[in-house]
Design a protein around this ligand. Structure first.
Ligand code: 5AD
Ligand code: SF4
Length: 518
């Protein structure tokens, strides 16, 4: 089949292997063609579990080919991002690539020549939002036939979604997966010059590509990927299928990136991974863990280092010891628990019990007495009993979470939990979510009251959304603080005395030379 035929069939490509000898910048779609299969496999957990032994290489030779550097001259792009910080950061990379291709960013959809939807597959409602947005874009595409509409991110990794887009949203020109971001210049070129749909979704992750350009959102806080993928296979979660196996970036590359950000004046970095505690487990040549990485972060002259997200199973004593050093390692830990029932945790394949989680919390609190813990919780997992839900409620109280992201379980095609029968009605799930949220809100409000009259360190991010005369920023424990102050402190860390505590934010007054009690 020649290139044209392949394109016109608009088939979904899968890659068998990505070990291609040429530098990335010289590769064309044809170089990958031998790796493509012509049929698409739905997410398959058994296959995914067998992926551990494949070697990942790191590439430092990404370049935009010369003939693609001016494709975007005089044109604009808009990327809409759904879902987690990983997606936000992927958007920064795609913005970097498009900018190097000559495109300019816009926030006005009608002005855009390229609209990309960077999607999330974690729950059904995230997907519905994207389908809604695709519907909204249809009239614009009819008005502007040259507009390129693309769908990328986690939804693109799912067969059912790609099929639905192909059938019901004919105005989409480009679909590409989470492992294909570095191929964006080639994909745009193909979409630009051909009238056929361009679909490129690799079911297997590629190598790590280090030097992708980025346009970061702001100059104060930055995201830094430390690893990609997830091998935990929680039974409800689609991520191990959409993001591939765990691959850690080399420590020297991460350290260099953070040092550069510090030198550029960034005040805070958040280290990103689906399960940062598994960082380094895939290294064969060095013994270097997440604790080692955090220890190295501690030595870098940047005021704040956060990380997200942790899996309790891999949260070891060495890490606790390193975090207890404090300094730029902040005393806020997001530690998703998902459920307070050992039986539900077992069925979720979380690999820890309620007691083990509580023991971990005890150790963390002992080592870091002022620690703030936040979490993620799923209610209404298939066949969750009232008693098991109550165990979640008591665990939330016992740990004293100061906030939590709470979700109703959403079945995801291809995950083991989705194949289970579920005897919990949606009304019941909603009732449980409501009760859980009431409890979390109470705990959040109580924790905020503690701040009355105290002085906290606030990293000032800018004007508050509601009032341009008010500044807004975040404490070390990630609480929003609004206060009046000069615009010159934007980007700095200042002391603010709290005068009013609400459930989700604090109001205060800027002070100088006061003792910090944060
Ligand atoms: N249904 C509901 N919530 C989910 N999460 C992940 N998968 C699902 C699902 N199928 C939640 C988990 C995870 C967070 C990012 O999203 O709580 O920690
Ligand atoms: Fe999903 Fe997180 Fe579990 Fe990985 S650890 S499977 S990303 S919930």
């Amino acid at each position: 089949m020649n290139e044209e035929q392949r394109k016109s069939q608009s088939q979904i490509k899968q890659v068998e292997s990505t070990k291609v000898e040429k530098p990335l910048s010289e590769k064309t779609t044809a170089d990958f063609a031998k790796y493509f299969q012509t049929t698409y496999q739905p997410p398959d957990i058994r296959k995914a579990r067998k992926r551990y032994r494949e070697k990942i290489e790191v590439h430092y030779d990404f370049e935009i080919p010369d003939d693609m550097k001016e494709i975007g001259e005089g044109k604009k792009f808009l990327i809409q991002t759904y879902g987690c910080q990983m997606n936000e950061h992927d958007t920064e990379v795609m913005a970097g690539i498009l900018t190097e291709m000559g495109y300019q960013a816009t926030t006005v959809t009608e002005e855009a020549d390229i609209v990309l939807l960077n999607t999330c597959a974690i729950r059904e409602n995230a997907e519905n939002k994207v389908f809604g947005e695709l519907g909204h874009l249809k009239p614009l595409k009819m008005e502007k036939p040259d507009l390129i509409i693309g769908v990328c991110g986690c939804m693109s990794q799912q067969e059912s979604v790609v099929n639905k887009i192909m059938q019901k949203h004919q105005h989409v020109d480009l679909i590409f997966g989470t492992h294909n971001i570095h191929r964006l210049p080639h994909l745009i070129k193909e979409a630009f010059y051909s009238k056929a749909k361009v679909v490129e979704v690799w079911s297997k992750e590629g190598d790590i590509i280090e030097n992708l350009p980025k346009v970061r959102h702001g100059k104060i806080k930055a995201w830094v990927n430390i690893m990609y993928g997830c091998d935990k296979f929680c039974t409800y979660c689609i991520v191990p299928m959409t993001r591939g196996k765990e691959r850690s970036r080399r420590p020297e590359d991460i350290i260099q990136e953070v040092r550069r950000l510090a030198a550029e004046g960034y005040q805070e970095v958040t280290l990103l991974g689906q399960n940062v505690n598994a960082y380094g487990k895939d290294f064969e040549d060095i013994d270097y863990t997440f604790a080692n990485l955090m220890d190295d972060m501690h030595k870098i002259d940047i005021p704040r280092v956060r990380f997200t997200t942790s899996h309790p199973r891999d949260f070891d004593d060495h890490l606790i010891e390193v975090l207890a050093q404090g300094g730029n390692l902040l005393d806020h830990i997001h530690l998703p628990v998902q459920s307070g029932s050992s039986e539900v945790l077992r069925r979720m394949n979380r690999k820890y019990t309620r007691e083990e989680y509580l023991e971990l919390v005890r150790k963390i609190k002992q080592a870091i007495p002022n620690v703030t813990l936040t979490t993620d919780i799923i209610v209404g997992f298939p066949n969750e009993t009232e008693e098991q839900f109550e165990e979640t409620m008591t665990l939330v109280e016992e740990v004293g979470f100061e906030s939590a992201y709470t979700f109703i379980y959403s079945p995801r095609e291809g995950t083991p939990a989705a194949a289970r029968k579920d005897d919990v009605s949606m009304d019941e799930k909603k009732r449980r979510l409501y009760r859980l949220n009431e409890l979390v809100n109470h705990q959040a409000a109580d924790s905020m009251q503690e701040y009355q009259g105290k002085v906290v360190k606030v990293l000032v991010e800018g004007e508050s959304k509601k009032d341009p005369d008010v500044l807004a920023g975040y404490t070390e424990k990630n609480k929003v603080v609004n206060f009046r102050g000069p615009k010159s402190v934007i980007g700095q860390i200042v002391d603010v005395k709290i005068t009013d505590a609400k459930t989700w934010s604090l109001n205060g007054e800027m002070v100088e030379n006061q003792v910090e009690v944060n």
